[in-house]
Design a protein around this ligand. Structure first.
Ligand SMILES: [Zn+2]
Length: 633
């Protein structure tokens, strides 16, 4: 694999070697960054991991599509740090059948009442000599992590499909576990699925469907429970190079592989910047359209929405994002969900750096400008909705669903903070810090206070000018965007603003049409997102007649365009909105579209009608959000 990146431990320095023969850059001394440990307190887990902690999982499971259940045996190897007499695991909706210690010694256990959000703690009596705890159990049909799709709900419409989504605290709905990001374990698994189907996990994966329907998995690198993942269905594999490739339903495979052709170069660019990819293989699984997120960074196997398959590689920055998580998130992991900006802010920053390395600064500045505008609009909306306290980077989620912290703030405000640090201390120094940070804290947890300590120690030290310029604590602990925030800008967007103004002033669309023939998806998004929100139906119809935006097959453009049309009650396009909302389950698109529909009387009628039809296609992660927006019962 790519080993241009070399650690020269002998002199205790990290050196990066430029391909073109330039002098290597001297970065931060590696030996100076020590690992600071801290006690993890996780408000979203009932597990007693500070007393007894799970180290390894041996999982044997049968996937039953008829009953929509997983029947499984989870054998945990534990480390009892405090001579504790009980092991407490998180569960939610699991039917526990039996619990054994050291393989064959039956033990007593209690499934406590728990609550709606965090589930039922499973309290198991253990002994001093207990090395393993084996739990026989079944999932319930309401397991929120499991999405069971009928053949009709898949792309190829030929076979049923199952995929999991464990982040943030849903692993406990299919595995009794210590369900917090601060606990890591290795695992083996043997999964029995219907014949003709392939099973994949966040582990070393098979590349072919076998005749028995029994698949074995091994994951030797310790991961937290939210990165446990399973997909079962009719899938095929196409390699992109010797250590990356794509899985998809057969009917989606060729398109998907063509879209991700840059993936091997992305991996190389990422490694050149921030050190070796530590997980061996990197594959992407393109899921059926009901996947609620853009992507999920399951180790070795990113899960991705098919809505990024645009046919022109214009939306693959999402894969750069998931790949970047192989460092920020999967290697260095937020210690609990109040710290999620440490996963997501670093990842958006890294994603933009990968795209810059791949496509140039102008391209990544378009991404950054879109990110910035999205953040400004979201901050305004959060202020109006009384969610201002959640615009802090370190957010208070005690007693709340950690999903509520999953706004754009940890992503985009986090990104801007890291960009601010880069601009203040200089890119070389900042890259040196990140390199050392990822290698020192690999397979460890990180929290905000430890991170601030590291930033102060290595980048700010006694330099008052840097400290004053950054205002680190204000960024992290105060709501809103600090006045020193960088404002990304690009000539390509400014040119669009000028053309838009001319069109709206004079009604003449020719110049816009001429320029737009060369636009990338990002330029289209900037154009649509910056049209006046109350533009009215006539200009929308003029645009649509000239450019057929309603018929776009690019999901990002569709979502932005449909939203603007709905706000302006351009009702002719509603059948297209309906088709989109029934087909696509990605929450990022659903939320603003349903919200926009609910703003008018006719829209609300449509929304209710569409939602009734679409809700069975959505993942619980999505419908739990939309249930708050559209009445459906
Ligand atoms: Zn992410």
């Amino acid at each position: 694999m790519n080993l241009k990146w070399t650690l020269l431990l002998a002199c205790c320095f990290i050196m990066t070697h430029c391909k073109n023969g330039q002098e290597p850059k001297t970065l931060i001394p590696l030996s100076d960054m020590a690992i600071h440990t801290f006690e993890i307190k996780d408000p979203h887990s009932n597990a007693n991991f500070n007393e007894v902690v799970v180290k390894h999982l041996d999982w044997k499971a049968e996937v039953d599509f008829d009953q929509k259940k997983i029947k499984a045996r989870a054998e945990w190897t534990i480390e009892n740090k405090t001579e504790a007499t009980k092991l407490i695991l998180d569960t939610k909706g699991l039917a526990i059948e039996s619990v054994y210690l050291n393989g064959d010694q039956e033990t007593t256990y209690t499934l406590l009442d728990g609550d709606k959000l965090f589930g039922q703690p499973l309290v198991i009596d253990i002994q001093n000599n207990t090395k393993t705890v084996t739990i026989q159990y079944q999932t319930s049909e309401h397991a929120a992590a499991l999405q069971w799709l009928s053949p009709q709900q898949t792309h190829d419409k030929e076979a049923a499909f199952l995929f999991t989504q464990s982040q943030a605290i849903l692993a406990r709905t299919w595995l009794p576990c210590q369900d917090g990001p601060g606990v890591r374990f290795t695992y083996n698994a043997e999964v029995n699925v219907p014949k003709g189907m392939l099973a994949l996990m966040s582990a070393v994966n098979p590349v072919k469907t076998n005749e028995t329907g029994i698949y074995s998995f091994q994951m030797d690198q310790a991961i937290p429970s939210y990165l446990m993942a399973l997909a079962v269905g009719r899938m095929e594999y196409q390699a992109l190079d010797h250590h990356s490739g794509v899985y998809a339903e057969p009917g989606m495979l060729a398109k998907s592989a063509a879209e991700f052709v840059d993936l091997p170069s992305m991996i190389n660019k990422a490694e050149e910047m921030y050190g070796p990819y530590r997980w061996g293989q990197y594959d992407v699984l393109v899921l059926p359209p009901s996947f609620p997120f853009g992507g999920m960074e399951n180790p070795r196997l990113t899960f991705a929405t098919p809505t990024i398959i645009a046919g022109d590689q214009s939306l693959v920055s999402l894969v750069a994002h998931e790949l970047a998580h192989s460092w920020s998130g999967n290697l260095v992991t937020n210690s609990d969900w109040e710290e999620i900006w440490i996963n997501e802010g670093f990842t958006v920053y890294f994603e933009h750096r990968i795209m810059e390395a791949l496509k140039g600064r102008e391209y990544s500045e378009m991404l950054a400008s879109l990110t910035y505008q999205e953040l400004i609009e979201e901050l305004d909306a959060m202020k109006a909705d009384g969610q201002w306290a959640d615009t802090k980077l370190k957010v208070d989620l005690v007693g709340r669903d950690p999903d509520e912290g999953l706004t754009g703030v940890p992503y985009n405000k986090g990104y801007l903070l890291l960009r601010k640090i880069e601009e203040t201390v200089g890119r070389d120094k900042w890259d040196g810090f990140l390199n050392t940070y990822f290698s020192t804290y690999a397979f460890h947890s990180m929290n905000t206070e430890t991170l601030i300590g590291l930033l102060e120690e290595f980048l700010i030290s006694e330099n008052k000018a840097i400290a004053d310029s950054l205002q680190l604590r204000q960024w992290i602990y105060e709501p809103g965007l600090p006045s020193n925030a960088p404002v990304p800008s690009t000539q390509r967007f400014l040119a669009i603003d000028e053309l838009t103004k001319q069109w709206l002033d004079k009604g003449e669309l020719t110049q816009v049409m001429k320029a737009s023939s060369q636009w990338t998806t990002h330029e289209w998004l900037h154009f649509i997102n910056n049209l006046p929100k109350d533009i009215g139906i006539d200009p929308l119809m003029q645009l649509d007649a000239a450019m057929a935006l309603t018929q776009s097959t690019n999901a990002e453009i569709q979502a932005a365009w449909y939203q603007l049309c709905i706000v302006n009650q351009y009702e002719e396009i509603y059948p297209y909105v309906e088709e989109f909302l029934v087909e696509v389950g990605r929450r990022k698109f659903l939320t603003p579209l349903y919200k926009a529909l609910m703003q008018s009387e006719t829209g609300a009628v449509w929304a209710e009608k569409i939602y009734k039809q679409a809700r069975p296609n959505y993942h619980p992660v999505s419908y739990q959000t939309i249930d708050q927006i559209v009445p459906w019962k």
